[in-house]
Ligand binder design. Structure first.
Ligand SMILES: Cc1cc2nc3c(=O)[nH]c(=O)nc-3n(C[C@H](O)[C@H](O)[C@H](O)COP(=O)(O)OP(=O)(O)OC[C@H]3O[C@@H](n4cnc5c(N)ncnc54)[C@H](O)[C@@H]3O)c2cc1C
Length: 253
């Protein structure tokens, strides 16, 4: 589990596929699978360089995410994927709310964005925010004590309320998500989540990740480029051969 914000996380629950699956799907058209690490790696590079992205749809990640509702709203706009979310009609909310480390200033050039500058009196405002959260929590609990239905009591909860969901997404759509959300234009909070998703993506599909960043990533987050730079001394052929061996062992061939 990878922690994000004061109470959120990203957790990989399940994964199907990998770098070999990309090669296998791409080569079905010529009735072949692996042609050895060197040629397979070249093929993955070719596919990403030439935007031939359907072979990446066969690798699927299932994540368990905990994030504030305002992050989830942005997340759910990514239609190519499947979501199931906790219901506050059903479950009483007992968690904390999202508390930022500090309040960022409004950007003057982008009406939708913040800049990484702390507003004056941020500490004092955060203290006040926490007091308001306590009042909200108190009122929410009071409504429940008065037998108000959970589906109604929740109307007092703020956008900083944490929600949880499962997200299943294929590698192609995941790359689109990383490009859009691990980006300087994306809101800081979802960007932190997208970075964690990118780390897991690199772990599971290192060859794809490398060439994704090189040819296909259209975001501008330095963090993503750094993840790729760290791979400079990775022995990709060895990593791929190990992966191929694991696939073959699991198939018993
Ligand atoms: C910085 C930022 C600011 C944003 N601001 C706003 C905003 O102010 N208001 C707002 O409403 N949204 C906003 N969004 C959301 C944005 O418009 C997209 O809905 C979101 O980023 C999902 O992207 P997507 O459509 O590529 O992903 P997905 O929905 O996962 O789709 C993946 C790809 O599939 C294809 N696709 C999916 N559905 C269709 C379709 N119906 N027709 C054709 N092709 C399809 C497209 O190629 C698409 O890129 C913002 C997003 C970002 C990153």
């Amino acid at each position: 589990m990878r922690k994000v914000l004061n109470s959120g996380f990203v957790r990989l629950v399940d994964f199907m596929g990998g770098d070999f699956s990309v090669v296998q799907s791409a080569r079905v058209s010529i009735g072949q699978e692996s042609k050895g690490a060197k040629k397979d790696i070249k093929l993955i590079e070719y596919l990403l360089k030439n935007k031939h992205e359907t072979p990446f749809e066969h690798s699927v990640f299932k994540f368990h995410i905990k994030c504030p509702i305002f992050v989830a709203r942005q997340w759910f706009r990514h239609r190519i994927g499947s979501f199931n979310e906790i219901s506050l009609r059903y479950v009483e909310y007992k968690d904390e709310f999202y508390i930022p480390e500090y309040f960022r200033k409004q950007s003057e050039t982008n009406k939708q964005a913040s800049i990484d500058k702390i507003v004056q009196e941020s500490d004092y405002l955060i203290k006040e925010l926490i007091e308001i959260y306590e009042k909200i929590k108190e009122f929410y609990e009071k409504l429940l004590k008065h037998s108000v239905a959970k589906e109604m009591a929740r109307i007092v909860l703020p956008l900083s309320t944490y929600t949880q969901f499962y997200w299943s997404v294929n590698a192609r759509s995941l790359m689109n998500f990383i490009s859009l959300r691990a980006d300087t234009n994306a809101q800081h909070e979802i960007r932190l989540y997208a970075r964690e998703i990118a780390i897991i993506f690199r772990e599971k599909m290192p060859i794809t990740f490398k060439f994704f960043v090189k040819y296909s990533y259209f975001g501008k987050d330095e963090y993503i480029f750094k993840l790729e730079e760290e791979m400079e001394d990775w022995d990709l052929e060895k990593i791929y051969e190990e992966h191929l061996k694991n696939v073959r062992d699991s198939r018993g061939i």
